[in-house]
Structure formats: structure tokens, C-alpha cells
Design a protein around this ligand. Sequence first.
Ligand SMILES: NC(=O)c1ccc[n+]([C@@H]2O[C@H](COP(=O)([O-])OP(=O)(O)OC[C@H]3O[C@@H](n4cnc5c(N)ncnc54)[C@H](OP(=O)(O)O)[C@@H]3O)[C@@H](O)[C@H]2O)c1
Length: 293
Amino acid sequence: MGIGAIGSALAAALYKNKNIELKYYNRSPRDFIKIKIAGAEYIYPIDCQTNIAAGQQLDWLIICLKEYHFENAKEWLGKLIGASTKVAVIRNGLRLKEPVLEFCEEKNIVECMVDCPVQPVGDGFYEQYKMPKITIPKSGISAPFLQLFDKKYISVNIVADFKTAAWEKLCGSAALGAILCLSGETCWIFNDKKIREIYKNILTEAVEVAIADGAIIPGNFIGKMLARLKEYPPEKGSSMLTDRRNGRPVELGAKNGAISRLGALYGIKTPLNDLACSLLQYTNKDGLGRQKK
Ligand SMILES: NC(=O)c1ccc[n+]([C@@H]2O[C@H](COP(=O)([O-])OP(=O)(O)OC[C@H]3O[C@@H](n4cnc5c(N)ncnc54)[C@H](OP(=O)(O)O)[C@@H]3O)[C@@H](O)[C@H]2O)c1
């Protein structure tokens, strides 16, 4: 469900598994999965449903939506998730199970962190720049999830402490993303010592909230992230910057918004993350103040 960038990359990989029957669901019509990988083009015809009836009895529902898509997707979730359906939620952010909990038991949900840069490149194609790597927590359904994929096309990594892994990713991507998205520049900007200081301060707020939430962030994490900045190519961007440049909503609720929200919950002040949210919230509205889709 959700045949955008990540949904297309996953569908292309799953398409090769002849032992499973795939069904496709997307808000807008899609006739093909069209993806470019390492210079080669792959086009797979699909029968994608944009209107769905209840009671589909899926074994697995793999959700590839953005954080802000879930609210409008609830009606479909109710129709697609049955008593024995297992659900994989693949998206950025934290607490990925939350929007699905009203439709199924927690033990049937697997949270997935995905590392796989994929971008729309025109003519309905997405370009996938790396093999998808999915990180999931160890649970009763991690083994059946693993069996869906051929490791030639997707690597699935099972970790004991998913919360820490998700927080570490979020801390880095929210600090980097806020700076690039607000400045409109790529990573060359970190040549400036003042910008590196701002990065460090946004990151420090995030780490405080992460620790309060139970993540086990090592003491050298911030130093390591600062050292990593020096290794980034000057032209490296971020998903937040790309969304802003393309006029798409920025996934704030899965980035700085998640840090601000949980900071408020634990009584930790997060002024820099709050500032990023205040300034970027209008990128998610159109000229009449309506929420962009
Ligand atoms: N792209 C990347 O490189 C990347 C990398 C790592 C992580 N991620 C994360 O992966 C998640 C998915 O991102 P993405 O880049 O794949 O997003 P995307 O390209 O915007 O794809 C989202 C898809 O969901 C569909 N959709 C939206 N609302 C829906 C609804 N109510 N019912 C059914 N379908 C609906 C959209 O349909 P329409 O065709 O109508 O728009 C679109 O095809 C995000 O959390 C993102 O941060 C992305």
C-alpha cells in the first residue's frame, strides 16, 4: 500500500518472488512499477486498486506511506487488515505502530526502518540508488517477514534494540535535514563552523529526548556525527531538502516534529527543533493555508 518511491522499490524486489501473490493499493492510479536500478530500466505491469472493498484477507500488508498520509489512509487500513493479517510499516520516524494499533494486535505489526535512496526521475520512473536495506526489531514475526524477500534484492537486518537504532537515525537526519531544508543548501554548508555548531545544538536536544525515551545513545554519538559531517560530499542533500525543493510537504512529524512532541511529553526543552517546525510548517500548506497532500 503506497506505490511511491519506497513502495516501487519494494514492489520491484517482491515482484521477483514467484511464491507470493502481490496486490497493489495506491491513492492515485498506477499501471506499472517503473524503476531504474544501476542504469537498467525495469517496467512491471500491475493491477493497482484505488477503490477497495472490505475483507481482502491479506496475509501481509506492507505500508509504504509518508507519516502525514496515515490520517487519510485509515479507512483503507480498516478494510485491508483482517484478524490474521501481519502488517509491516515502512517509514521514517518513531512509534511506527501507533496509527495501525486500532486495526490489529501489536504482535502482528513490524516496524521497519528503510535505508534506500529512491527519487522520482520523470516519466513515471523512480531511480533507486542503493539496494534497499530494512532494519526491523527482533519479534515473533521477524522471521516470516524475512522470508518474503530474496536477499539478492533486499537486505533485512534484525536488531535487538530497534528503539536506539530508530532514534540514532532520527537524531542525525532531523538535525541535518532542518539545516539543509531551512538554508536551501547542500552539505557544503557545514564548512562553516557556525553551521556545525547549530547542527551540534539541534542534535544535542534530540539526543536528550532520545535518552528520556529509553534509547541507549553512546556518549561519543555526537562527536561521531560531527566527524561524519566532514565525510559527506558537498553536494549531498537530504529528503527534507528534496521535498522542499520539489514543493512537496516536508515530513516534519517524522523528523523535528517527533523530537518536539516527545520533548514536550518528557518535559525537555527543544527550542531549536521547535523553531524548525514553526518555520517549516508552511511548506506543508498551499497558498490558501490548506494542507498539501
Ligand atoms: N524516498 C526515499 O528515498 C526514502 C528513503 C528512506 C526512507 N523513506 C521513507 O519512506 C516513507 C515513504 O516515502 P516515499 O518516498 O516512498 O513517499 P512517496 O514517494 O510520497 O510515496 C507515498 C505513496 O503513498 C501513496 N498514498 C498517499 N496517501 C495514500 C492513501 N491515503 N492511500 C493509499 N495510498 C496513499 C501516494 O500516492 P499518490 O500517487 O497519490 O501520491 C504515493 O504513491 C517515508 O516515511 C519516507 O521518509 C523514503
